[in-house]
Design a protein around this ligand. Sequence first.
Ligand code: ZN
Length: 202
Amino acid sequence: MASQEIEALAGALARLPGLGPRSARRAVLWLVKRRETALVDLLNSLDTVRETLVECTVCGNVDTRNPCGICADPRRDASSICVVEDVADLWALDRARLFPGRYHVLGGRLSALDGVRPEDLSIGALLDRVDGEGVDGVRVDEVVLAMNATLEGQTTAHYIAERLEGRPVRVTQLAHGLPVGGELDYLDEGTLAQALRARKPL
Ligand code: ZN
């Protein structure tokens, strides 16, 4: 039976996404054994992040500076904006290092069930970026909608595409289809149907 303090730490860690009570206790034990090394490093990192973390006022990314590293990088193509639901999606896409442009984080998706309306998302700020003067004279000419392949994600994508209608930008969407290494036999019908609809000439 661990002390109240250690239980409290395990309880706090267990609230993290992806960590249950069992793995939280194992993490605590691991840290306790390394309290002069790994625990100190962790404390320092947490402290730094707590003191410096800001939301980028341009794109909604979370970083230690504002504008964020991506928005401040002159090598990133300012004419192309990839719209994502959450910061986690931005990070996932950017880890893949395939998109050379910049991002816009909506802060969620439209949902009648959860009462999320267009004005709850940063859609107005996206339209402002599209209509604006651009970065160093480079105006936005493509908006890539990278919403999740869920009903709500797709509803959000359609809504934004509608709002962008009549503006001089190309609106594109991520192709949904076969996962790399995926076998047809294992896919659900929705994924298969999407893959078939997004077919392209060989
Ligand atoms: Zn940014």
